[in-house]
Design a protein around this ligand. Structure first.
Ligand code: ADP
Length: 681
């Protein structure tokens, strides 16, 4: 064995022991077929993961593109519907009635500023519903007709009033005219009368006359409806009188009529009277709530009126406004158009066109001039935004859509990635753990293989020396070279001892192989430990006496009985004694103590030998294990004894432990449970 050492220690410096020989190959195979593919798979998986998230983004974009296309188609259909509706509205019977309009058109009329139907026939503009517009730039078609022929005598009365400034006479003239005039001429005369009364300073009477004028059916006088004149004058009178309460009432009524579109005036007149009305309202501190809501309504109608004005000057599809854009759908012959506020249109379309494609879809439709017609343009390009050029009804549009909650998409991508990464991590950990286990197991097996090889050589060695002894002694006796009977006896004794050693070794090996194969059987019987141990020690002492070794035994009397396989337990204790003697090259005495500790019988074998390092102590009970170090190497052994001891003691339900200090000695202690003795036995 000694001749193998230098060689192996040389190689140890290059490779750890378990990697040598087959180990090295194994590591190579392991790296090639497990680690390399594992690393490759890991890199591949990470790439796939990155591609996966790119793919998810692309899928989102593609789905948005499809949605944009669908929205485009829907808008196209919607525009067609409107064009059809306008076509059929163009040929409606007169007078117009809201119920005869196609439903989609009729609906937009209900909101102030929502929409208006315009038609031109015989160069006259018709607006529906009445009141939808507050003014028009071209001359409106007043439904009311001014008196075609001034009543006789009016010129005379007017000359009294204007040229001669003889108000009392003028008043009388007007009053006379009023009594005799036809109903159609009455508003005109009443207006003149009221005016003259006012000039004459008869304010109360003037107010009365204006009130009468207001009550009469309206006719147009000098480009203004007579009731508008009456209401404005009543306000003016109240203001002149300083009668705030009256002014508040009159001003509010006046402004309400204006804002609700009672009169379709031309633009300068409307703006003038609207301004006047608001000034009176503010002067007389009318109720703010109603005034503000009227003001808002008026603004919407003004916006629509402006859009209509733009449209009539230059008919086109999109009419961008200050706040709201308007869309115009028109029919050429007869000329008719519907102007719809994008707001109203959007609020009707949105639910159908946009929201059906997912609650969180945002969209903006830009007109060719870049103004946002539906929806409001985002401050910055939102993530995943998709833009698409649309051509609807010969008009270019730009549609931009994007997911309202991109976080949800990001979260989804993240979640998938986390899941994949977790799985990858899990597989990696599993692979690492498997690799670790494999390396450990392989390492152990290699170690055992090595130990087994050592074992064979050691065992052969162990066999050789007793065999050589027996052969030499036997030979000498056979040759008759030894004649002294005393010497002969001595030689025979030595032959018996050597054979005993051999048979113990064979016994150990057989026990071990049975133990390895799980065939080791024990025959338990009640055993009185004290006398048994004494006999065992006495036998052992005789066997080793020749070496000059001694055992000092301290065995308590009357130890509790145990249940044991005498043979097996005997060989275990003997192994401990053997080791104690073997590993005490300096001191020839070893000690055996046996005592009771409660229900436990304790057998300790103690020596003052070489001792065992802490590292070795952990493994000396392993099969084939032999402590490292020169002393152990010099002392022969197969590394089986202690593993047999452990097996036997464990089979007896006991424990074995070792305490030791290098250079001071060791104590091996066996603890066995005592068994209650059954009566009679
Ligand atoms: P071996 O045949 O080598 O003695 P064992 O299984 O009996 O095999 O012992 C295993 C190892 O434990 C030994 O090689 C030795 O290093 C160590 N050993 C066992 N008993 C003692 C002891 N009493 N003193 C020192 N070392 C011991």
């Amino acid at each position: 064995m000694g001749d193998r050492m230098p060689n192996s220690s040389l190689r140890r410096s290059a490779w750890p022991r378990f990697l040598r020989g087959p180990g090295q190959r194994l590591v190579g195979v392991f790296a090639l077929f497990i680690l390399l593919p594992g690393a490759f798979l890991g890199v591949f998986a990470l790439r796939v993961l990155r591609q996966e998230s790119q793919l998810a983004r692309q899928r989102t974009r593609e789905s948005l593109e499809r949605t944009a296309e669908e929205i485009g188609r829907d808008l196209d259909t919607e525009f067609r519907r409107w064009n059809d509706a306008v076509r059929s509205a163009a040929s409606l019977e007169r007078p117009l009635d809201v119920n005869s309009f196609p439903e989609i058109v009729g609906q937009v009329f209900s909101e102030p500023g929502g929409g208006v139907f315009l038609s031109i026939s015989d160069k006259r503009l018709e607006v529906f519903p009445p009141g939808a517009l507050l003014y028009v730039s071209r001359s409106p078609a007043p439904a009311q007709t001014a008196p075609s022929r001034p009543p006789a005598g009016l010129a005379e009365a007017e000359s009294l009033e204007i040229a001669r400034k003889n108000y009392p006479r003028a008043i009388r003239a007007y009053r006379n005219l009023l009594d005799s005039a036809a109903a159609g001429s009455q508003p005109l005369i009443l207006q003149r009368l009221a005016r003259t009364l006012r000039k004459a300073g008869r304010l109360e009477e003037a107010a009365g006359a204006y009130r009468d004028l207001r009550r009469l059916g309206a006719v147009w006088i000098g480009g203004l409806p007579s009731d508008l004149i009456a209401q404005a004058e009543l306000c003016s009178l109240a203001s002149e009188r300083g009668d705030t309460a009256d002014l508040a009432q009159e001003a509010m009524a006046f402004y309400r009529d204006l804002a609700m579109g009672k009169w379709l005036l031309d633009k300068p007149r409307y703006l003038y009277y609207s301004d006047l009305g608001r000034t009176w309202c503010r002067d007389s501190r009318v109720e703010a709530g109603e005034f503000n809501s009227l003001r808002a309504t008026e603004r919407r109608r003004l916006a629509l009126s402006r859009a209509a004005e733009d449209f009539l000057n230059d008919p086109r599809t999109v009419l961008p406004g200050e706040d709201i854009a308007y869309l115009a759908f028109r029919n050429t012959d007869p000329f008719a158009a519907v102007l719809v506020s994008a707001d109203v249109l959007g609020s009707r379309w949105r639910p159908r066109i946009f929201s059906t494609r997912g609650e969180d879809l945002e969209a903006v439709l830009y007109a060719a001039d870049g103004s946002a017609v539906f929806g409001s343009s985002p401050p910055a390009t939102p993530p995943f935004a998709v833009t698409r050029d649309l051509r609807i009804d010969d008009t270019p549009w730009l549609l931009q859509i994007w997911p309202g909650r991109p976080e949800a998409i990001y979260a989804d991508i993240r979640q998938k990635r986390t899941l994949s990464l977790t799985m990858l991590g899990f597989v990696t950990v599993l692979l690492a753990f498997g690799s670790y286990l494999t390396v450990r197991i392989v390492r152990r097996e290699l170690e055992i293989a090595r130990l087994r090889a050592d074992f064979v050589s050691t065992v052969s060695h162990e066999f050789r020396s007793p065999l050589t002894g027996i052969r030499q002694l036997g030979g000498m006796l056979l040759d008759g070279r030894v004649t002294d009977p005393e010497k002969q006896r001595g030689y025979f004794k030595m032959i018996v001892q050597e054979s005993d050693r051999l048979s113990r070794l064979v016994e150990n090996i057989l026990d071990f192989s049975r133990m390895e194969e799980g065939r080791r059987e024990y025959r338990f019987e009640p055993l009185d430990p004290s006398p048994w141990l004494r006999t065992l020690v006495a036998d052992f002492v005789t066997e080793i006496a020749a070496n000059g070794a001694a055992v000092e035994a301290d065995i308590q009397d009357g130890l509790p009985p145990i249940s044991a396989d005498k043979e097996a337990l005997g060989s275990a204790v003997r192994n401990l004694l053997d080791n104690a003697v073997k590993y005490s090259p300096g001191s020839k005495t070893v000690w055996l103590d046996a005592s009771a500790e409660g229900d436990v019988v304790k057998i300790s074998v103690r020596d003052k030998g070489v001792g065992i390092s802490e590292l070795d102590r952990k493994r000396i009970f392993d099969r084939f294990y032999r402590a490292e170090g020169e002393i152990s190497k010099r002392i022969k052994g197969a590394g089986l004894g202690l593993s047999l001891v452990k097996h036997v003691v464990t089979a007896h339900g006991g424990t074995v432990e070792c305490q030791s200090r290098v250079g001071e000695g060791s104590i091996f202690t066996i603890r066995l449970p005592a068994v209650p003795v059954r009566g009679g036995e």
